[in-house]
Design a binder for this molecule. Structure first.
Ligand code: SAM
Length: 274
């Protein structure tokens, strides 16, 4: 019988956010693969767990995965944890889980905290649909390119950002998406200095610009604002007829979408111009 790989979530700050099941599994497995074994040893001591640890991080993922797979085939059960939160979510683990699946080995989730879900749950931004993009690019140019791609996005965009890049990141959002885009910034979730800023990007820049930003952050950009188009329906019809080679059918469809009107209404208006 082969063993099971347990993907175990650990707290993102508050040590009470650990499930009974996570503690039991960490005690029962024969080995725990952890990003930083010294950091995780302290965490495990807190829960009275002395299971042996082995390092598993982005620099040894490939080599270590092969070793762990061999142990699982041998019948050992192993837990995978990261420094905080859920493994594989902007954290190492994907390669190991993927290899286990390919080898037909059993993989079980032991769910718990994740910073992105925690932030979304208290943000007040729409969460019926959201897109998580992990860490934002470090350089302004790449970041602006990313914001160009998502500037009209109708779902909440969730990302991780470092405190020292927050202000330049907010400046890039203002330049590309506008100063009035809604944003929520969760800082130090579940810790003593937890806070959640909610407002426009301009207000966030003023708020966080007052001092140096510290701690861990989740940034949530709200859906693009539905802006009222300038001018009248007639102006828009004339503009599209003069500036594009779209058919009347396509023009009517586009104008109806921009103004949020039924196509039949725009069609009537177009008759005078044909
Ligand atoms: N796997 C983790 C998870 O499930 O949340 C995320 C790991 S990622 C390497 C670490 C990033 O998550 C931090 O840089 C920060 O952006 C975010 N993060 C982690 N803990 C947080 C906290 N307590 N408050 C706010 N953001 C946090």
């Amino acid at each position: 019988m082969s063993g099971t790989l347990y993907v175990v979530a650990t707290p993102i700050g508050n040590l009470e956010d650990m499930t009974y099941r996570a503690v039991r599994i960490l005690q029962e497995v024969s080995l725990i693969a952890a990003e930083d074994t010294r950091h995780s040893r302290k965490l495990l001591n807190h829960y009275g767990t002395d299971t042996p640890l082995i390092s598993y991080h982005e620099h040894n993922e490939e080599f270590r995965s092969a070793q762990l797979i061999a142990k699982l085939h041998n019948g050992e059960s192993i837990a995978l944890i990261s420094d905080a939160g859920t493994p594989c979510i902007a954290d190492p683990g994907y390669r190991l889980v993927s290899s286990c699946r390919q080898e037909g080995l059993s993989v079980e989730a032991v769910p718990g905290p994740s910073a992105v879900i925690t932030a979304l749950s208290i943000s007040g931004l729409p969460t019926d649909a959201f897109r998580f993009v992990g860490f934002l690019p470090a350089k302004t140019h790449a970041r602006c390119q990313f914001f160009e791609q998502i500037k009209n996005e109708q779902q909440t965009i969730a990302c991780y950002e470092t405190p020292h890049r927050l202000l330049s990141c907010l400046a890039d959002i203002i330049a590309v998406c506008g100063a009035d885009r809604p944003i929520a910034i969760a800082r130090e979730l579940t810790k003593r200095h937890e806070e959640l800023f909610s407002g426009t990007v301009a207000a966030a820049r003023d708020y966080f610009g007052r001092g140096s930003v510290k701690g861990e952050l989740v940034l949530l950009l709200g859906p693009a604002l539905q802006r009222k188009p300038e001018g009248t329906v007639r102006d828009a019809l004339i503009r599209l007829r003069e500036e594009t080679d779209l058919s009347w059918k396509a023009i009517i469809k586009q104008v109806a979408r921009e103004f949020g009107l039924p196509g039949s209404e725009v069609y009537k208006e177009s008759l005078e111009l044909r």
